[in-house]
Design a protein around this ligand. Structure first.
Ligand SMILES: [Cu+2]
Length: 337
């Protein structure tokens, strides 16, 4: 019995569709989805993988079938029939990619909008001066004189980051953290409490807004598990607003080549339960109060040379008294504890 071609083609189409749909959901290429925004991005990515898998099977399948079915038979010395193009086939294979590209562009725009990419509040230029300049955070303070080098902030209507989702627009986020990227580290400042940290701690289930700045060159804040990435731009603040979902320990990676040690510019983000986050914050506040009362590692400008260098030379067997003798004039001049 000979099966009609139409039925064979239909069965092949069904198998191809099912295989593509399965692969689109089971490619296993993505790390855990740890933010509320991640499933949106994954939906788009899976749709693209489904389409790509279908096209791959279609093209490779046609190639393999052609190789087997139309190969030269032994003893056949005739030439192949001349083929002069096929208009309807060309229309079809032009129309299919057009439909796919238009569909994906509408879908991706929708995802971007739902994530808050079109929030008008995120498109303001907040200026460079609000970033990470809490008193006491000597490390995050601008270099002396760098104030003049930064051009005055102007209001510019350029989309800079991901803001609030459409239903949250106009509402402030639950937690704001200022993020400073510099060669080659990330520094996080919690403006409400003044806490400064080299690791980002955030509470799960709360709306978090990162105000991202760069001290020297372009960097990019990227957490693969959040499916979020945002450039850090010198003299300009960008915004990244999202809701972490799954508690855990995830890498923060610099995703913009920023210099010789770009590859080492990594830290981590800890998504914690709101109680754990509050406990961490209180510990940090207490620690920093402690440090403040001891005037240790506070503001290098207020320390004598010996005090400033002591932590660095302790392992070399040099004590701070020896260092003080190098610059007797600076001895305890500004000591204020
Ligand atoms: Cu960097």
């Amino acid at each position: 019995m000979k099966i009609p071609n139409a039925i064979t083609a239909m069965l092949a189409g069904i198998v191809l569709t099912l295989a593509s749909l399965w692969f689109g959901q089971n490619h296993g290429l993505m790390p855990v989805a740890a933010s509320e925004e991640a499933p949106l991005v994954d939906g788009l990515f899976n749709a693209m993988m489904t389409i790509a898998a279908g096209l791959f099977i279609l093209v490779q399948g046609a190639l393999v079938i052609s190789i087997i079915k139309f190969r030269k038979r032994p003893g056949d010395e005739t030439d192949a029939p001349p083929v002069d193009g096929n208009l309807s086939l060309e229309i079809v294979w032009t129309a299919i990619p057009v439909v796919i590209v238009l569909g994906l562009s509408v879908y991706s725009f929708e995802v971007y909008n739902t994530m808050g990419g079109l929030d008008p509040m995120a498109s303001h230029d907040h200026g460079p001066h609000q970033m990470a300049m809490t008193s006491g955070s000597a490390i995050a303070a601008p270099l002396p004189g760098s104030e003049d080098a930064i051009p005055p902030a102007k209001e510019e209507k350029i989309a800079l980051g991901v803001g609030a989702s459409p239903e949250n627009q106009g509402n402030p986020a639950d937690l704001e953290v200022n993020v400073l990227g510099l060669q080659f580290a990330w520094i996080f400042t919690y403006p409400e409490s003044g806490v400064v940290s080299g690791e980002l701690h955030i509470p799960a289930g709360k709306e978090v807004q990162l105000n991202i700045a760069a001290q020297d060159v372009l960097h990019a804040f990227w957490v693969p598990q959040f499916r979020l990435k945002q450039d850090a731009i010198p003299a300009r603040t960008t915004e990244l607003r999202f809701k972490p979902k799954t508690p855990g320990d995830y890498p923060i990676v610099c995703a913009e080549l920023c210099g010789a040690y770009h590859g080492a510019m990594q830290t981590r983000v800890l998504v914690e339960t709101p109680e754990d986050f509050e406990a961490w914050l209180q510990t940090q506040i207490a620690l920093q109060k402690d440090a403040a009362s001891q005037t240790v590692a506070m503001n290098p400008g207020e320390l004598s040379d010996g005090e400033f260098l002591a932590p660095f030379v302790r392992d070399m067997g040099i004590n701070s008294a020896a260092l003080e003798q190098l610059h007797p004039a600076a001895h305890h001049e500004h000591h204020n504890s």
